[in-house]
Design a protein around this ligand. Structure first.
Ligand SMILES: C[S@@+](CC[C@H](N)C(=O)[O-])C[C@H]1O[C@@H](n2cnc3c(N)ncnc32)[C@H](O)[C@@H]1O
Length: 380
């Protein structure tokens, strides 16, 4: 297939990171709210799914048009050459959403799009009977925004945060895509020590290790578009071989995850093992208050409890104070903390060098950044 229009969807606030990742893969792109659009072929689909660490999904934009009436939605959907993507037996559920549009009934929009595609495919495949829909899956979405309908086909299957390594988790695990984003927003390089002092099930240290060794985050899973007949196996093979060649398994790393809860430490180690990282990440049971280190120029990235639950706030704020005392003394270390507590800097005892607004699901948080001294330049 010649060039397709692709969309990498992004959580609110992560668009610029996703765009950078798409550009790093070699594709020029445009950035909009929640989505990055670019042109690419089958290999671009495979590469994007395998490599994008911070995107939610990769979709094909099948069509985009203005639609003020159901008739318009039907006719314009029918004029899209769906048979180029969907085989005769394709299973194609249609989901939808609508914002600031005349066509606001999502269920009506979904069934109209479904009917239009059925009609198009029956004509294209000269079918007089029903379509059986017992073949490969093509999840279609109709999304209306300000009367513009965008029709997409999902190429990922499960969201890209499902890396395939999470065997178990704690109470409030971070989405893998957000954990990768946190690491990518820091000044960490693989030569420097890295620590997450509230590691829970290990998401941040595991994502850091994958980044540190340049391992494709999707290497451990499958994608729905692998079952499509127009996506040749050779494309996936090529993308996976490329990923294998680009991985730096010899890159030494000094990554630690610690948590007060020993059960979570065990889960974190199991998840890291499942991610193929073996003993590359050190996990141990420890309270943040007991953190002590002899090394210099390390980076801490953590997602501590926010204290939002009834009765927890005071204890969490006290813990932030103690954390500030311990970490504030490490002048060569950079510390990055994500929390929704708006008074964090007061408790921690210092104003952040920089703050960045981020959403952890629906919770608005700040990523408080305390930059340490720069490491000395290595002599040539
Ligand atoms: C929001 S969770 C972190 C989730 C983790 N990022 C993940 O992906 O699973 C916060 C963690 O902080 C830990 N914790 C709470 N108080 C602590 C303390 N004083 N020292 C170290 N860890 C603590 C909890 O056990 C919990 O696992």
């Amino acid at each position: 297939m010649s060039k397709l229009e692709l969309i990498a969807t992004a959580a609110m606030g992560l668009e610029s990171l996703v765009a950078k990742e798409v550009r790093d893969l070699g594709y020029e792109c445009q950035v909009e709210n929640g989505r990055i659009t670019y042109k690419g072929d089958e290999l671009a689909i495979a590469r994007s799914n395998l490599w994008l660490r911070t995107a939610d999904r990769v979709k094909i934009k099948a069509g985009e048009f203005k639609a003020y009436t159901f008739d318009e939605l039907f006719e314009k959907t029918k004029s899209i050459p769906w048979e180029q993507f969907l085989p005769e037996n394709a299973e194609f559920p249609v989901s939808g959403k609508s914002q600031k549009s005349k066509l606001f009934s999502v269920s009506d929009c979904q069934s109209i799009v479904k009917k239009a595609i059925v009609e198009r495919l029956r004509k294209a495949y000269k079918k007089t009977s029903w379509l059986e829909e017992n073949g490969p899956l093509f999840k279609i979405e109709v999304s209306l925004l300000k009367d513009v309908a965008t029709l997409t086909i999902d190429t990922s299957g499960s969201g890209l945060h499902k890396r395939g390594y999470r065997v178990d988790q704690g109470e409030a695990p971070l989405k893998e895509t957000l954990a990768a984003a946190l690491v990518m927003l820091t000044n960490w390089t693989p030569e420097r020590p890295f620590a997450d002092l509230f590691c829970g099930s290990g998401t941040i240290p595991i994502e850091a290790a994958l980044i540190g060794q340049n391992i494709a985050p999707g290497f451990n899973r499958e994608f729905v578009s692998e079952s499509w007949d127009w996506m040749p196996d050779t494309v996936w093979e090529q993308a996976r071989n490329e990923a294998e060649d680009m991985a730096k398994y010899d890159q030494p790393l000094d990554i630690t995850g610690s948590d007060i809860d020993h059960r979570l430490v065990k889960i974190a180690a199991e998840n890291a093992f499942e991610a193929g990282l073996g003993d590359l990440v050190n996990f141990k049971q420890m309270r943040v208050q007991d953190f002590a280190v002899k090394k210099d120029y390390g980076v801490i990235v953590s997602n501590p409890p926010y204290g939002e639950r009834l009765g927890e706030k005071n204890a969490v704020e006290q813990m932030y104070k103690e954390m500030g005392k311990v970490l504030g003394a490490l002048d060569t270390w950079s510390v990055y903390i994500m929390t929704s507590n708006e008074q964090f800097e007061q408790f921690y005892g210092r104003p952040a060098t920089k703050k960045r607004k981020l959403f952890n699901g629906f919770i608005r948080t700040d990523f408080y950044q305390y930059w340490g001294k720069r490491p000395p330049r290595r002599s040539e």
